[in-house]
Write a protein that binds this ligand. Structure first.
Ligand code: URA
Length: 278
């Protein structure tokens, strides 16, 4: 078969279909030789291998230091988690929290995302939905759930009399993982203090976790979403317990429409939960 040159658009389409939908550079860098990117004080650098040192019990002195940002040491995730925790607890309003997240440099996802996706909807709402993390359209618009799965979420909410004026919507991770990959446990752990504070500040009466990652992160359930969905849990903010429930993620329902029947049952449970509040 004769070699036919590929049209550049076909190549781009192939990349996009394979999940490579962000261009960071005109020339592909050789990551094995290029210096690691530095994001304002945090180095996302794989430390050079050193000869193993004899074991010594950790002391306060050798603990990861978030403050010593110019020490040349790579920032341990613990340091980023601690910084996120401090920023989150210092925020006394959603506005302050949004600014704190926008100023945070401890999560590498921020370096590839276009926008910080904080929230949409009504912060006074009695119900709050929490998804996993933004996709491409959310990243472009800076708002959660505005793509295909967001349109389905809107229809799911409408089915029980809700919309974005009567519900508040956020994500565990406020920055889009490149190519929509699943956030790593480290990335989720770093961002967790922010969403926990966001829930505390919104203080809803009902919390809905959209999809398995949201449920496992916030409700600490070990089972998959197929088993955890539709059950009521207590989400403890530290100040009070909020009724929480897990629901199939709309993106999953788009791929597996047969499960919409179960999602409908769960939506009815949420509707009853809201009615009980009155
Ligand atoms: N999926 C999510 O979990 N969150 C969004 O904002 C969009 C899609």
């Amino acid at each position: 078969m004769a070699d036919t040159p590929l049209h550049p658009l076909d190549v781009l389409r192939f990349y996009a279909d394979s999940g490579v939908d962000i261009a960071l550079d005109e020339i592909a860098p050789n990551r094995l030789t290029a210096p690691a990117p530095v994001a304002q004080g945090y180095q996302f650098e794989v430390p050079k291998r050193e000869a193993p040192k004899p074991f010594a019990a950790p002391s306060a002195k050798s603990a990861p230091q978030s403050a010593s940002r110019n020490s040349g040491l790579p920032a341990a995730p613990d340091a980023a988690i601690r910084d996120a925790g401090k920023l989150a607890s210092n925020a006394t309003s959603l506005d302050e929290l949004r600014k704190a997240i926008e100023s945070f440099e401890g999560c590498a996802l921020k370096t590839t995302a276009m926008k910080t996706v904080f929230a949409d909807g009504n912060p006074q709402a009695r119900i709050m939905f929490v998804g996993e993390g933004p996709g491409a359209e959310e990243d472009r618009e800076g708002l959660p759930f505005v793509g295909r799965s967001g349109k389905l979420l809107d229809r799911m909410m409408a089915a029980i009399g809700l919309d974005r004026t009567s519900a508040y919507i956020a994500n565990i991770i406020p920055w889009r993982p490149p190519g929509n990959r699943t956030p790593t446990p480290q990335e989720s752990a770093i961002c967790l203090p922010f969403i926990r504070r966001q829930i505390e500040l919104v203080n809803p009466d009902i919390l809905v976790c959209l999809g398995g990652p949201s449920a496992t992160t916030l409700l600490e359930v070990r089972e998959g979403i197929t088993r955890s969905r539709g059950r009521w849990f207590d989400y403890d903010t530290g100040a009070r317990k909020i009724k929480a429930i897990a629901l199939f993620h709309p993106a999953y329902l788009l791929r597996s429409p047969a499960h919409k029947k179960l999602a409908w049952q769960d939506l009815l449970a949420i509707k009853r939960g809201l009615a009980d509040l009155n």
